[in-house]
Write a protein that binds this ligand. Structure first.
Ligand SMILES: Cc1ncc(COP(=O)(O)O)c(C=O)c1O
Length: 407
């Protein structure tokens, strides 16, 4: 077998479909985010503004977080030195889990190295705990949930995105006595639309199913203490397992589930993705705990974040740009073609120092290729002006369609 030729084939397929991903190498500077430096392949440097990060609130440079991380690293060193079971459980991990259980009003929380692993490890383990479990999974669930459901060996039903009739039909078609779990997200990160949490909880009650929600794009940002959309809508107590990340609005790294003490104990005891891997560095746990604690009370930051998103959406809509607006903090501008999307992204970066990564298939369906902007409280009015002007110029330059403006 010519292994190199096979690798060439695989990579060429991506090039041909316009799906080959190139990384933009950036250097963030503490205190200056969203400003950063782009290190180009030729070795030169350009100042840029990051408009596509998931450090939604700028907590990745918040003094409270950095102080906690410095203190922990000075006190304890770099890595945890072990799996949770073998010398890798520290006071920092325990404190963070307590902080997260309190955040979500649950008896317990369980830390993972990322929310990807938390989803994958938990969903792939649940059929071991509930033999015969059927998982009902929204078709637009994140890859980490899809993976967990796919390889768990149990039964799965994929329901149409946010379609309660389809979910109901699938629940009705199965044995009423079978254990069931409905897995969905509170905010779908590519369109920024919300899952129908209350209606799903009602269906779960009716059919005796457990509920599993991914609040990765909501924790820190929604709800009076930042616990997510289920908190905002007073539905947290109706969700059996809440998944969240510490890497986006909390600005650090790591993922978790929050649930009953028994559920966490069982996942802790059975999930290979929890058991057989080194725990997070203590300083990471310390920084994340400080961030979670801080955002339990910093409503002003949450408000500024939402205001920024509203301003950007209003301004882009005002120019007739085709944006998707479901009332969340995510601002997708649909270009509808992978080549144009990449061109626009390249021109924004090279001509204006504005960094927004093109989002193509398979992350989004073909024909809905887009630029996904993530305005934050640390983007100032000048940055916003520059972005809006650049989009206006490039939209005209590329002769892309604008919506008819009323009036
Ligand atoms: C919906 C959703 N769930 C889970 C994850 C994984 O989160 P993490 O970056 O902590 O692994 C992501 C990451 O983008 C996501 O969008």
């Amino acid at each position: 077998m010519d292994y190199t030729a096979k690798l060439d084939d695989a990579l060429n397929r991506l090039h041909e479909e316009g799906r080959y991903r190139t990384f933009i190498d950036i250097e963030r500077k503490k205190g200056q985010f969203p400003h950063a430096t782009w290190r180009k392949p030729d070795g030169s440097e350009t100042p840029i503004t990051v408009w596509c990060g998931n450090d939604y609130l700028g907590m990745g440079q918040h003094p409270v977080v950095l102080e906690a991380m410095h203190e922990a690293i000075d006190a304890t060193g770099a890595g945890s030195g072990g799996t949770r079971n073998i010398s890798g459980t520290t006071v920092y991990h325990k404190r963070l889990e307590a902080e997260l259980a309190d955040l979500h009003g649950k008896e317990a929380a369980l830390l993972f190295t990322s929310a990807y692993i938390a989803n994958d490890a938990t969903l792939s383990t649940l059929p071991k705990l509930f033999p015969g479990l059927i998982i009902y999974s929204d078709e637009l669930n994140h890859a980490s949930m899809i993976e967990g459901v796919r390889r768990n060996g149990g039964a799965k039903r994929i329901f149409k995105h946010n379609d309660l009739d389809d979910l109901r039909a699938k629940l009705e078609a199965d044995d009423p006595a079978a254990p069931k779990l409905i897995a969905f997200e509170s905010i779908y990160s590519m369109d920024g639309d919300f899952g129908p949490i209350e209606a799903i909880c009602d269906l779960a009650d009716e059919f005796g199913a457990l509920t599993y929600i991914d609040e990765v794009h909501a924790v820190g940002m929604y709800g009076p203490r930042g616990a997510g959309v289920a908190e905002r809508d007073r539905l947290m107590h109706r969700i059996d397992i809440i998944n969240g990340t510490l890497a986006k609005a909390y600005g650090v790294m790591g993922g978790y589930i929050a649930a009953s003490a028994k559920m966490c104990d069982a996942v802790r005891s059975y999930a290979p993705g929890f058991i057989f891997t080194t725990s997070l560095p203590p300083a990471v746990a310390a920084g994340a705990a400080a961030s979670v604690r801080h955002l339990k009370t910093d409503q002003e930051l949450r408000d500024r974040h939402q205001t920024q998103a509203k301003i950007l959406k209003t301004r882009l809509k005002g120019m007739g740009l085709p944006i998707i607006d479901h009332g969340s903090h995510i601002v997708p501008v649909i270009v509808g073609d992978p080549v144009h999307t990449k061109q626009l992204s390249d021109m924004l970066l090279e001509g204006y120092g504005i960094y927004v990564q093109p989002i193509n298939f398979p992350t989004v369906p073909r024909g809905t290729e887009r630029l996904r902007f993530t305005p934050s409280p640390v983007h100032g009015p000048d940055e916003m002006d520059r972005l809006v002007r650049a989009m206006d110029e490039l939209w005209s330059h590329c002769a892309l369609n604008r919506a008819e403006l009323a009036g």
